[in-house]
Design a protein. Sequence first.
Length: 349
Amino acid sequence: MTARLSVDLDALVANVARVRDTVSPAELMLVVKDDAYGHGLAPVVRAASAIGVTWFGAFDVRTGCAVRDAVGDDARIFAWIAASREDLDAAVAQRIDLGIGDADLLEELADAARDAGATVRAHLKIDTGLHRNGVRPEQWPGFVSRAAALQTEGVIDVVGVWSHIAEASDAEDDDARLVYEWALDEAAAAGLRPAMRHLAASAASFARPEFRYDMVRVGAFCYGIRSAGGPSADDLGLTPIGTLETDVIEVAGESVRVDLGFLHGLPSTLRTRAAVGTPAGSRQLIAVGDSDSLVAAWRGAAVGDAVTIYGPGASGEVSATDLAELIGTIGEEIALRVSPLVERRYTRR
């Protein structure tokens, strides 16, 4: 197939610098879940590590282990999903910081640490109302008390208290922050002194300085993916790092057939809604098939012509979030849908 995702690593570096400048003095944790938002884990983390990024948010332990393999021993890697004892053992062996938002998981982690003769860095998670996971407020005082006892035993080191927020409205986020502040106070009352307090992701890290604390977890903005309904990437000072392209494989009257379809990650619901970039400018996406799609033709269209689905610098340029807004979702979903079968090409200027 001819489809390819070109990943501009210099744009990644520039975005990371922009984020770091914005959130300073808070630390940046670069979130690299889901294969670095579909851009390719190893090249992304190596480029970021080369400019001094030391914290990586991996989501799950398997991804955390892949980050460790890619960038070595000096990185701090944070994972917040450990689905089995095997995951916990791997996290202990690879010195991965673990997000713990469940009392049973805290005990399982302590058992894994005892068996390994290790002390594991733990970040305790309070549920501030999003209900994604985390310890409910009514259970939090007992949870942090138990964590303090395990820290005294030497099997864990509570280095962080954290949570997720919705980033849907300032009012909801303010309510969540009140719960988070209360949770910090309860942790302190239990004798815990976490060095890393982290609450904000991309949008709040830019718009709400009071949410930054010691560290922010930023994924989308580092990849140049703006929030749906939010400021443009230009306004944020960011550049999308991914450009999804494919080639014309057939010219047929009023349409051309391109080598990218639903099975490669192009949402079928974009048909007749989206425009794509062509050598002659913007043209309508007419239909999305399983393995190919139809685009409105242009004068002189030929097999081998490049068509840009999204990305910077294209004629009729659109971003992943532009496409997402057409179908009521977010830019990250568009980026994550790109199939592993689509070749990733990495560029540096």
